[in-house]
Design a binder for this molecule. Structure first.
Ligand SMILES: [Zn+2]
Ligand SMILES: [Zn+2]
Length: 146
């Protein structure tokens, strides 16, 4: 739930009403105050931020499973580099788009070497793992194998 600025002054509950028209007819996002492009009814910046946050949150439970050895990471070969696919999205941790046609392999954390993985994917993965399992630093470190 996201609490947005509310023209009637209500607070607390998420407000999903229309954005407020301003002078000149252009729309300003009630949450971040940036201008909403013509033809759109909501703010792209906020929509992107909400989906980024939702995607980040969706990694937490699967990453706990990865650390527990119950679930592998999905690796996608893109232009000769091996990237780590995010859970529930056709995106790698470093932000590359992926799709079912790209060659897929699996990586067992703590078993397989990380030395041949995309460095940016790996560093974002480790960052996400630390958020998912702050008490599992040893398991996280044990999986980083060059
Ligand atoms: Zn906004
Ligand atoms: Zn990558």
């Amino acid at each position: 739930m996201y609490t947005l600025w509310d023209p009637l002054g209500r607070t607390g509950e998420a407000y999903n009403g229309p954005s407020s028209p301003v002078r000149g007819g252009c729309m300003i996002c009630p949450a971040c105050r940036t201008r909403i492009p013509d033809g759109y009814i909501s703010c792209l910046t906020c929509a992107q931020q909400r989906s980024d946050e939702a995607l980040a949150a969706a990694q937490l439970e699967p990453l706990r499973q990865v650390l527990a050895g119950k679930e592998p990471l999905t690796i996608r070969a893109i232009k000769g580099r091996r990237h780590i696919q995010m859970f529930g999205a056709w995106l790698t941790f470093c932000g590359e788009a992926t799709d079912p046609d790209q060659r897929k392999t699996f990586h067992d954390w703590g078993v397989d070497d990380t030395g041949n993985l995309c460095r940016q994917c790996l560093s974002r993965l480790v960052e996400a793992m630390r958020k998912a399992a702050p008490d599992s630093e040893q398991l996280i470190e044990a999986g980083i194998k060059a």
